[in-house]
Design a protein around this ligand. Structure first.
Ligand SMILES: NC(=O)c1ccc[n+]([C@@H]2O[C@H](COP(=O)([O-])OP(=O)(O)OC[C@H]3O[C@@H](n4cnc5c(N)ncnc54)[C@H](O)[C@@H]3O)[C@@H](O)[C@H]2O)c1
Ligand SMILES: O=C(O)C[C@H](O)C(=O)O
Ligand SMILES: [Mg+2]
Length: 603
């Protein structure tokens, strides 16, 4: 069934490529040069002559009309030439050059940009998303040319309710919000973190078919504690230390109220907040606004799907998950989110209490193994601290190598943001794992922050491992025609479906039940055959199909929980009557697809 669904999606994409069917009209409130300077409506040389007449464009463009297909080819040719011309330069130079050419297209013509992105997602995701987006954020003030999204700063207190109306679109469905305090594993990048919401929303358009006219990247600039940035003359953010405590929360509260006042059903994804604010804001808003935290909740679902996949990869029944020993390195928003969801899953599967379900999990932070002996333990980590009686001879603060050697875990998960901490010694120790197919998840981003490389994992831990990383690596050549498969365990497999499913359900909250269904849907996506080859996640090439399935699972969960109020013309009753297949079809039909629509001027 999965295979059929995927085939249908691929052939649909193929048949839609440059289809001759005329899409519905699109209203535009501008005329003439203003349209050419608006990437939402601009078609460059693609405006037909009649449209040039109607919109006052005649004479503002070279006379020849170039087809969309031809424009596409022209862009791809420039991209390929850039690849050729930058050969031999540093990786950083090449990555930034590729980002720039894509960004220029994004700023000029969104329809063409999203079409090249969707069609070449495997090649372009590493540029507009992790890892290159990390480099872009680090250099953002220097790279900055045009604004994108909105900026609300510590200096805008009291103004946000009116500022929100400065955004030109009448409707916004999806907002990705950051305060720039923990950008990937790169730390506090202040206002430069805006690159992350932009990249995440690009994935929303590419993977979920969110309409790019209804998305909004937002930076809450409450200052930065990054001294280097504060001293950088090019830095574009507010030059002050980060707001703290009630002052900080007042800014976020004001922003959330303003968004809700203008667009009551907009979904807000919190992204890359430092841990204390990630948890605090999640608890503060999740019962009041339609929001979720991607690093805590999206990551947890993707990791859980991968952990369940590792059980299947060992040839064991899923119920064996309750016996897997799992070491999580990194007790931040991501690591703790993963632990919480995994413990809940064990408790559900085994019928035991969550306290009992915790016994198979081990948590390590920068001070080593986390135990109840620790003074000043972060309150969020307390539930996962090991008690004296469960330490199996390990001491408080035991190192990764000590824990791995003693526990011989089935799975070692890295969410520490520290590149290379799964060193040769740790990886070799994983050879003694009690599992027949030990799993190593080096999930930290970007690439240089991954706990180990794919090559090191297969070389040191052995060829029979299952490997996943947060940023992409090439499959590893093991010789004799064999390859070690590299999975990308990244929350991109879930957040687009969580957002789209919630939007189409019309739910005003995102519940644990909706997130659990999303994770289970991803977990069951792969066939046994794939799983036995160590393939835990689908290829990014079929991300629209994954998102359609995940979105439908989220929507159906909202229906079951009585939260689905409907969206547009489709009411709650119609949603409730849809079968599972109908729901997937409904989600798929609602994905925006980039093609030039006839523009109709409206005053
Ligand atoms: N693959 C994904 O989908 C995904 C999703 C979310 C986060 N991440 C990545 O996970 C990383 C952490 O994110 P976060 O939000 O949890 O960050 P965080 O800052 O909240 O937490 C980092 C944690 O790592 C621990 N740590 C630091 N140095 C360590 C060391 N030497 N040994 C062991 N532990 C150490 C810290 O004590 C802290 O508990 C980032 O690199 C981020 O990019 C990946
Ligand atoms: O941004 C990503 O690639 C994943 C994740 O949200 C992260 O913070 O690393
Ligand atoms: Mg993130």
């Amino acid at each position: 069934m999965w295979k059929l669904a995927r085939f249908a999606a691929t052939s649909l994409a193929r048949s839609r490529r440059f289809s001759t069917a005329i899409p519905g009209p699109c209203m535009v409130h501008k005329r003439g040069a203003d349209i050419l300077h608006d990437p939402w409506f601009n078609k460059d040389t693609g405006f037909p002559l009649t449209e040039r007449d109607r919109l006052g464009l005649r004479g503002l463009l070279p006379p020849r009309v170039i087809s969309f297909e031809h424009q596409y080819e022209r862009f791809m040719n420039s991209y390929r030439s850039l690849e050729k011309n930058t050969r031999g330069q540093s990786d950083k130079f090449i990555s930034l050059a590729k980002w720039r050419i894509l960004n220029r297209l994004h700023d000029r013509n969104e329809t063409l940009y999203y079409r090249v992105l969707i069609d070449n997602i495997k090649e372009f995701a590493p540029i507009i998303y992790t890892p290159t987006v990390g480099l872009v954020c680090q250099n953002y003030s220097g790279l900055y040319r045009r604004p994108r999204g909105m900026y609300f700063s510590a200096k805008d207190k009291g103004e946000m309710m009116s500022m929100i109306y400065n955004w030109p679109a009448n409707q916004v469905d999806m907002i990705v919000l950051t305060d720039g305090s923990r950008i990937l594993g790169l730390g506090d990048l202040g206002v430069q973190g805006i690159g992350i919401p932009i990249g995440k929303l690009d994935m929303y358009v590419a993977a979920a078919g969110m309409n790019p006219q209804r998305i909004l990247p937002v930076m809450l600039d409450v200052g930065t504690n990054n001294q280097k940035l504060l001293e950088d003359p090019l830095y574009l953010g507010v030059r002050q230390p980060r707001l703290e405590g009630e002052e900080y929360l007042a800014v976020v509260d004001e922003f959330m109220e303003a968004v809700h006042a203008r667009w009551p059903k907009a979904i807000v994804q919190f992204e890359d907040f430092q841990m204390k604010w990630a948890f605090e804001t999640l608890y503060r808003y999740r019962k009041k606004f339609c929001m979720f935290n991607d690093d805590i909740q999206g990551t947890a679902g993707v990791a859980l799907a991968g952990l369940l996949g590792t059980v299947r990869a060992q040839g064991r029944p899923l119920s064996d998950f309750v016996n897997q020993k799992i070491v999580v390195v990194g007790a931040g928003s991501a690591g703790l989110g993963v632990l919480k969801m995994a413990v809940q899953a064990v408790s559900r599967m085994s019928g035991c209490s969550e306290t009992a379900a915790k016994s198979q999990f081990y948590l390590i932070d920068k001070n080593g193994l986390v135990t109840t002996e620790r003074s000043n333990l972060d309150p969020a980590a307390v539930p996962f601290a090991k008690h004296q009686s469960d330490l199996e001879g390990l001491a408080e603060g035991a190192s990764i190598i000590e824990v791995v050697k003693k526990i011989k875990p089935h799975v070692l998960v890295g969410l520490s943001g520290v590149g290379g901490i799964f060193n040769e010694e740790v990886l070799k120790a994983m050879r003694e794992s009690v599992s027949t197919k030990p799993a190593i998840f080096a999930m930290s981003n970007p690439t240089m922050n991954a706990e180990c490389t794919a090559t090191d994992a297969f070389n040191h831990a052995g060829e029979n491992i299952v490997f996943a990383s947060g940023s992409p690596f090439e499959n590893v050549n093991l010789g004799d025609g064999k390859f070690g498969h590299v999975n990308q365990a990244n929350n991109m497999y879930l957040f687009p479906g969580i957002g789209l499913g919630t939007l189409l359900s019309g739910a005003r909250l995102i519940t644990d039940g909706m997130l659990q269904e999303a994770a289970e849907c991803l977990a069951s996506y792969m066939t046994e055959e794939d799983i036995h080859k160590g393939i835990l996640y689908p290829s990014i090439d079929c991300i629209r199909n994954v998102t359609a399935e995940v979105g439908a699972a989220v929507l159906r969960a909202a229906v079951v929980e009585g939260l689905a109020e409907g969206h547009g013309d489709v009411g709650s009753k119609e949603l409730a009557h849809m079968s599972k297949e109908d729901t997937v079809g409904y989600v798929r039909e609602n994905m925006w697809f980039p093609e030039y629509s006839p523009l109709v001027h409206e005053k």
